[in-house]
Design a protein around this ligand. Structure first.
Ligand SMILES: *Cc1c(COP(=O)(O)O)cnc(C)c1O
Length: 437
């Protein structure tokens, strides 16, 4: 994308040399609230949801968008998406608990855990949450919990591993024979047959092939395989699926050279063939589900960090900032690119190449490699883009650094939606035994 379109697309704009995000001056908020700080735009989240919903509605009205809570589980974000009409996909009891605190009804939640414990099952059954099972062995344990609690059986669904995965990093490819997720084709019939034998009468089916997929054609092979498995299940076991879930994985452009995911093509690759399948195979009118996390929230947030140290060691030029991989781990963990911009723009200075590095005592604490920026000085602020998904939620207290605050921009107003942690938060759960007191 052209640079100017890119800024506009990301909700950014320079006014008199100051970077504005969603009409708010990034330098002013940094000074007022301190750094590092996650700055989130309510409007962008709503816009992403509406864009996606519109595309799905244009092809198949009976669709549910389940927001993947793990991408960003701040209660205010859950509430924003809840008011848009989103449903939710959770990977743990803690995420379900957070959804409840956000006022989300249990019937709007689906639980796609993996390596479920009996305690996970008990929590879900007690709270009437639909589960996407991850292995055949879990079925027997789930049944025992239903019997113990004397509850009526809900819809049951298995996560199918269609073997064709995709994603921005090998850690994020969640289909294939080598990965731990779901059940393979040759186990699918057995799984659903067992579920029927155990007395389940209502069924769904699920897949999630990976994360950060920008090329919609990368969904194609998995979708074809998934369709053929669904076809087999429906015909051999006479299963009537109430929902067919395609998981998340919809990517966003992190780099100015990348194009956004073309939702029209996604529709052609996934939604249209789904419609064809249910028509040809007489599968009724199941709910079409997807579970995007990154797509809905990644671009809603910038992380602002302040430069404390400029160091030229004769080989490299380092800009040391107050955010590190304790604040944003994606660059260190996945080698991910996050675009970094100056909050104050001074056009006249010449462009230099910087390593943008954090304060953590590991040389891998690099937020941006060889970034070309006009001359930086100590005290300047930098905006790290697209940090709304897998940003705060993956942050840690490593090096005993308190986690950052989060603020929400909503219609030009600013709300603090999470306090920065204090030192006491670091010590909260520690217990000193008597002999050390
Ligand atoms: C992580 C995850 C998602 C969301 O992935 P994104 O790439 O953020 O869209 C959806 N479904 C399941 C089961 C997941 O584990």
């Amino acid at each position: 994308m052209e640079n100017i379109d890119w800024l506009n697309y990301k909700g950014l704009e320079y006014r008199d040399g100051n970077l504005f995000f969603n009409d708010v001056n990034t330098i002013e908020i940094s000074k007022k609230y301190g750094t590092p700080i996650f700055v989130i735009s309510e409007e962008i989240i709503r816009e992403k949801y509406r864009t996606l919903k519109k595309v799905l509605n244009s092809e198949y009205k009976k669709n549910h968008i389940h927001y993947a809570v793990k991408a960003n589980s701040n209660i205010s974000i859950l509430k924003i998406l809840n008011t848009e009409g989103a449903l939710f996909d959770c990977t743990s009891q803690g995420e379900i608990y957070t959804c409840f605190k956000a006022g989300i009804a249990p019937e709007r939640i689906i639980y796609t855990g993996n390596m479920f414990t009996d305690d996970d099952f008990e929590f879900s059954v007690k709270n009437d949450i639909i589960i996407n099972l991850d292995s055949i062995s879990q079925l027997k344990r789930l049944i025992k919990i239903y019997e113990k609690l004397g509850k009526e059986k809900k819809i049951i669904s298995f996560r199918i591993n269609p073997e064709f995965g995709a994603g921005h990093h090998v850690h994020d490819i969640t289909a294939g024979r080598e990965v731990k997720f779901g059940i393979l084709e040759h186990q699918a019939i057995e799984a659903y047959k067992k579920a029927k034998d155990f007395g389940f009468e209502r069924f769904g089916v699920h897949q999630h092939i990976g994360s950060g997929i920008n090329n919609p054609y990368n969904f194609e092979k998995a979708a074809e395989k998934y369709f053929s498995i669904i076809k087999k299940l429906a015909s051999s076991l006479k299963i009537h699926f109430e929902f067919i879930d395609f998981g998340g994985g919809l990517g966003i452009p992190y780099h100015p050279n990348e194009e956004p995911l073309d939702l029209e093509i996604y529709k052609e690759i996934v939604v249209k063939p789904f419609k064809k399948l249910i028509n040809i195979e007489n599968l009724g009118e199941p709910v079409f589900k997807i579970e995007p996390g990154r797509f809905l929230v990644a671009e809603s947030c910038i992380l602002i960090t302040q430069i404390n140290t400029i160091k030229d060691n004769g080989y490299k030029l380092f800009a040391g900032v107050d955010a590190g991989f304790n604040t944003l781990i994606r660059p260190t963990m996945y080698g991910s690119y996050h675009h970094i911009m100056k909050c104050n723009k001074n056009k006249k200075d010449k462009i230099l190449k910087y390593e943008i590095v954090g304060p953590i005592c590991e040389s891998g604490d690099i937020l941006g490699k060889e970034r070309e920026l006009t001359k930086l000085i100590e005290g300047d602020y930098l905006a790290i883009l697209d940090t709304g998904a897998y940003g705060y939620v993956m942050s840690s207290n490593y090096n005993s650094r308190p986690r950052s605050a989060e603020i929400l921009i909503s219609d030009g107003h600013i709300f603090k939606i999470r306090e920065a942690e204090a030192f006491d938060d670091l010590l909260r759960n520690q217990i000193v035994p008597d002999h050390l007191k």
